[in-house]
Ligand binder design. Structure first.
Ligand code: ASP
Ligand code: MG
Length: 434
């Protein structure tokens, strides 16, 4: 049993879909579960539909939706030059569901409404991929992930109900696998107890693949991407990156935690629990070895691994009455961060101050200030960046940060973290809040 997950980049146009089909046809391995996410940037486009729809800009929302449908229809025409009436009907039926929601009065909260709309991207792509497989006479069964992935009702970041999901997989998915040897389903989406649709967080298809891998005791989970494997840095930010052939779960969890966008952060845990290797392979060249993520620490020392998080803010809290920042105070501070769902990316504390680096989300920052300004003087600095280097080598990073000012540096034997600011931004003063 293997799990293959294909992301948006591998499904974004006809020629890439052909590569995916080639991979599926030349992989004799069965049983196989195929997990797909939405095609290309469909999820981003659907997010716009949600936004317009929610703010009563129905015409704009419908226009955006029509564009999305047109892009899918275009791909269908390429795959089926003689047409495919059934598939077209299925696509239109999905679009109609959203159209009706847009024109009926909406009773959903923003997040619930978001999940009902955005999940359509995965349904559409899986219907098209299924039709493609049919065209090539590849036996398979299509299943709506919302009949197997049971979650709570925390829309946009749903938590899995493992017991119900395990049961549904045993009752519904396994018999299909026994019948056709291959099951095709969607990543990212699930079902709340009331039957409405939920999602697992942006880029959550990796997590779906890991959940299925865990429950089905897969021999491996493969994520097919447009890069040759896991890189030691984001090639868009740093030149001369290297593909890492082999790496431990632990190291990848650290990378994801510090903000690398390689793999959805929740993906590793279900695989680690059952010691299932995660393979990152390149759909553009399936012969490339890719990366193997597993339990063991590889023999080869790892190269420095760089995670560069932009758009950070550095916030400093100083007690107004000059009282010490004790453990008790810190626990209260953390509580506020927790309530507001703010992740602290790096922290430092002094006698009467506590400082931290977090993603710059102005709305959340305002609420944080509102909740804490009674007890603290608060200052913050925008335009910051957080650079994390695992396995740093002496002085090796200096060139990279030549044009930056270093505000904070923290170092442990394995990790170097710096809060930095580009020199061109450095004239921006600390903004006092009263
Ligand atoms: N389509 C979803 C997204 O773009 C889920 C995924 O790609 O994993 O976030
Ligand atoms: Mg994706």
């Amino acid at each position: 049993m293997k799990i293959f997950k294909f992301g948006g980049a591998s499904l974004q146009n006809y020629s890439r879909i052909q590569l995916v089909m080639d991979i599926l046809q030349t992989t004799p391995h069965r049983p196989l579960v195929v997990v797909v996410s939405a095609m290309g940037k469909t999820t981003n486009a659907l997010e716009k539909v949600v936004e317009y729809g929610y703010h009563q800009q129905v015409d704009l929302a419908l226009q955006m939706l029509d564009d999305i449908v047109a892009r899918h229809v275009e791909i269908v025409h390429e795959i089926f030059p003689d047409g495919n009436v059934h598939l077209m009907q299925q696509i239109q039926a999905q679009a109609d569901l959203i159209r009706n929601m847009l024109t009926d009065s909406c009773t959903y909260s923003y997040d619930a409404w978001y999940d009902q709309v955005v999940s359509t991207g995965e349904i559409l792509s899986s219907l098209i991929i299924s039709a493609c497989m049919q065209q090539l006479h590849m036996p398979h069964s299509w299943i709506d992930a919302r009949t197997i992935i049971h979650t709570d009702a925390r829309y946009r970041e749903a938590e899995l109900n493992w017991t119900q999901t395990r049961q549904a997989i045993t009752e519904k998915l396994i018999p299909m696998l026994q019948q056709t040897g291959c099951v095709l389903t969607q990543g990212f989406i699930g079902r709340a107890p009331d039957g409405s649709t939920t999602t697992l967080g942006r880029e959550g298809s990796d997590y779906t693949a890991a959940i299925l891998g865990n429950i089905l005791n897969a021999e491996s989970v493969t994520i097919w991407k447009d890069v040759p494997g896991l890189q030691n840095a984001d090639p868009k930010l740093i030149p001369n990156t290297r593909t890492i052939p082999e790496i431990s779960y632990r190291e990848v969890i650290e990378m994801a935690y510090y903000g690398a966008q390689v793999i959805h952060p929740r993906t590793i845990q279900p695989l680690q629990q059952k010691n299932i290797p995660l393979l990152v392979k390149c759909f553009l060249d399936k012969q490339l070895p890719g990366t193997r993520i597993h339990q063991q620490i590889p023999d080869e020392p790892l190269p420095p691994i760089i995670v560069w998080k932009k758009n950070q803010v550095w916030v400093e809290f100083t007690t107004r009455d000059f009282s010490f920042v004790t453990e008790h105070r810190i626990s209260k501070l953390y509580d506020v961060f927790h309530q507001l769902h703010i992740k602290i990316n790096l922290m430092q504390n002094g006698a009467i101050s506590f400082s931290c680096c977090m993603d710059h989300q102005p709305e959340k920052l305002n609420r944080l200030i509102h909740d804490l300004q009674h007890d603290f003087d608060i200052q913050y600095r925008e335009g910051m960046e957080l650079l994390t280097i695992r396995h740093p080598q002496n002085g090796w990073h200096q060139e990279m940060i030549r044009d930056y000012l270093v505000w904070v540096e923290q170092r442990s034997p394995n990790t170097l973290q710096m809060v930095i600011q580009h020199a061109s931004q450095a004239s921006i003063p600390v903004l006092p809040v009263h």
